[in-house]
Design a protein around this ligand. Sequence first.
Ligand SMILES: NC(=O)C1=CN([C@@H]2O[C@H](COP(=O)(O)OP(=O)(O)OC[C@H]3O[C@@H](n4cnc5c(N)ncnc54)[C@H](OP(=O)(O)O)[C@@H]3O)[C@@H](O)[C@H]2O)C=CC1
Ligand SMILES: N[C@@H](CCO)C(=O)O
Length: 429
Amino acid sequence: MSNTPLRLGLAGLGTVGVGVVKILQRHGAMLEARCGRPVRISAVSARSRARDRGVDLSAYAWEDDPVALARREDVDVLVEMIGGEDGPAKAAAVAALSAGKHVVTANKAMLARHGQELAELAEAAGAALRFEAAVAGGIPVVKALTEGLAANRVERVMGVMNGTCNYILTQMERTGADYAEVLAEAQRLGYAEADPAFDVGGVDAAHKLALLAAAAFGTRVDFEGVAIEGIERISLADIRAARDMGYRIKLLGVARMTEDGLEQRMTPCLVPAASALGQLDGVTNAVVLEGDFVGQTVFEGPGAGEGPTASAIMADVMDIAAGVRRPVFGAPAARLTAAPRAMDATPAAFYLRLTLADAPGVLAKIAFALGEEGVSIHRMRQYDHEGAAAPVLIVTHPARRVDIDAAMGRIGAMDESLATPVALRIEKV
Ligand SMILES: NC(=O)C1=CN([C@@H]2O[C@H](COP(=O)(O)OP(=O)(O)OC[C@H]3O[C@@H](n4cnc5c(N)ncnc54)[C@H](OP(=O)(O)O)[C@@H]3O)[C@@H](O)[C@H]2O)C=CC1
Ligand SMILES: N[C@@H](CCO)C(=O)O
């Protein structure tokens, strides 16, 4: 192998970009030994040249414009760590790939929207486009799917893929702290997206699920085909009630190929508290990959933050340095198919939390409404309470989401329903 250095252009010097600089500065010699050639930073780009980022950047050239960075003669790989589905991130990625240069990115928003276009561009140019850091932070799950498990027909992909949401849910449960307070802490720790609505609204995790589904099922990335619901409506009352019934609430993504098409959803779900997913705390992510020959595999680790994300970026850079090449989504972009959408195809048990007037006949009305919509009650609990509002929890037998939504609409419209009813899926993990 040539001893020629692999030269990087770093676009973005925020949480992730600074982490990448630190790895290269601390482990330069080790990386060279492992890749068989040096890996060096030629130039960097961010908005503010003056900002002190806590790392020494004086050895690297500076570019104000990430597109100019991508086009530099002394850049072989653009490492895109700006973020955003369009704008400078995409312009720089297109500039690099069009010039036959490799791109490593942490940007799931960009790939979820433009993955097919960028994969086609990369493969036509003979360039690598790698995105390990974009899915589940430091966990090497793209590599697992496209390399280690490549001989399997994947049956299900499932996971907790947003560190910020898991941090919020577990901190609220542990400390009883207010939602906004815990979100601010996640932002301070560098976990959240530039717009944290992407995290708590489920969009960031849905981006990741759409990327994994493409690699798992050989389909084109279909972010629009993900049924999305965020954690904004989850209250401490739900977290505690779920726990009381032996569950924990997780923002859970599930993708599977059904007879009707590709089912993709990213929604808050109840999972058994004793399961591997139920025990995840803080910023930890876990991804479950099920293959027809391997069975179930579970990958767990830190899903966000400077160190874990930079670690994943550098693994991709090192593969490129070592000459490892594979199609962007595991199969050539031209062979990826457009699957029909079956967003919520699989029935499941649901947890319902109702706040009801404590009066004769109210539960009978609820049972009637559920029955009329084809929803059967499996178990039920009414807590002791003071005042007129009775907290009632119901676990249903497996039901279709559409029927649950119809029943919730009817119950929510009743005078005896004193707060918006909550319905959360109970996922078999
Ligand atoms: N933080 C995390 O835990 C993870 C983040 N990611 C992804 O990594 C990417 C970066 O995230 P993160 O580091 O947290 O984001 P930050 O907001 O911390 O950093 C973004 C960087 O991009 C720079 N930037 C913004 N606009 C431009 C522009 N027009 N030209 C040049 N540089 C620009 C900013 O410059 P300046 O500093 O001067 O403002 C900043 O350095 C995103 O795609 C994110 O989704 C993926 C996994 C985990
Ligand atoms: N905001 C993301 C970063 C990692 O992709 C999260 O919290 O998981």
